[in-house]
Write a protein that binds this ligand. Structure first.
Ligand SMILES: O=C(O)CCC(=O)C(=O)O
Length: 301
């Protein structure tokens, strides 16, 4: 018997590759996360920032220590269009940050509570039966600032959070209303079943990051088909995202922010292998935290 999801929801997740769960967080919980995110923006020290820009585009070089060593810290990544050619912000700092990450789930008590100390999250893991013993490996608040909030191009998360075999699942929670104008997520339903993971995001031997091609079985890959579905959300809605489903979000052209909190989990050994090429590396002091108190029992039919 499912603990939190209905059987229909579990089936929809596996059929579409994502699932919207309205009202996952109560409005006071959502409000508290939003307020905490804004506090981080107020605390942002522009002078100490290396002006790192984050983009998931293939050609942009994002490899610097600030980014690569952010797994167990709370760091700030800027909107590309908030920085002028001299590296100065062209607007107030609270309107310049694209996202903060990647260790909120470990370091901040409020985000930790929603992520690692949340019985509903554990129940979803049990219900999906996707992971035996998942670990949470990163978390972010994505702000998508008014008028300049950068688009996130078509991608799947297992490219960026690669394990062998692929095992990433994203939990994405709207902290504000997400509309067609402020960059709501959209998905290509079913693409997780047809689009193989063909590349992975790695630390390059010469420094920085880049993409490495993966061997692909041509028979098992068919070009993605169908139409993207835009999923508007209310504050507190959760979207579960299968690591192989293609998704994206458009530029925020509106006058409103679009705050969302997201964290990802992956399977741990011996069920999946995480290796040293991955851009995000655990440290000895901060290994990836286990999500469940006891591993999930997954019976093989
Ligand atoms: O929040 C967004 O706009 C993009 C999020 C996303 O693509 C992800 O979490 O994988």
């Amino acid at each position: 018997m499912p603990e939190f999801l209905t059987q229909e929801q579990v089936e929809k997740f596996y059929s579409d590759g994502y699932l919207v769960i309205p009202g996952f967080l109560a409005s006071d919980e959502t409000g508290a996360l939003l307020a905490r995110s804004k506090k981080y923006l107020d605390a942002f020290s522009v002078e100490d920032h290396p002006m790192t820009k984050f983009t998931t585009g293939d050609h942009d070089h994002v490899g610097d220590d600030y980014f690569l060593n952010s797994g167990d810290k709370i760091r700030y990544f800027l909107e590309e269009d908030a920085v002028d050619k001299d590296g100065k912000l062209n607007r107030d700092k609270t309107r310049a940050v694209n996202k903060i990450g990647h260790g909120l789930h470990e370091l901040d008590p409020l985000f930790r509570k929603v992520t690692l100390e949340n019985d509903k999250v554990k129940a979803i893991v049990h219900d999906l039966k996707y992971h035996h013993d998942p670990v949470a490996l990163q978390s972010m608040v994505i702000m998508k600032q008014p008028e300049i909030g950068g688009e996130v191009g078509e991608h799947n998360d297992s490219t960026f959070l690669y394990t062998n075999p692929p095992s990433a699942v994203g939990f994405w929670i709207a902290l504000e209303k997400c509309t067609p104008h402020n960059g709501a997520l959209s998905f290509l339903p079913g693409s997780h079943r047809t689009a193989s993971i063909i590349k992975r995001f790695v630390r390059l031997p010469q420094g920085g990051t880049g993409f490495e091609a993966l061997p692909v079985n041509a028979d098992s890959t068919t070009p993605p088909q169908g139409e993207y579905v835009l999923e508007t959300c209310e504050p507190g809605d959760l979207v579960l995202i299968h690591g192989s489903v293609l998704h994206k979000s458009e530029r925020n052209t509106s006058l409103n922010t679009r705050f969302a909190y997201t964290f990802h989990m992956i399977e741990s050994p011996p069920y999946a292998e995480y290796d040293s090429k991955n851009w995000l590396q655990p440290t000895e002091a901060t290994p990836f935290p286990h999500v469940l108190d006891k591993p999930n029992v997954i019976s093989v039919a």
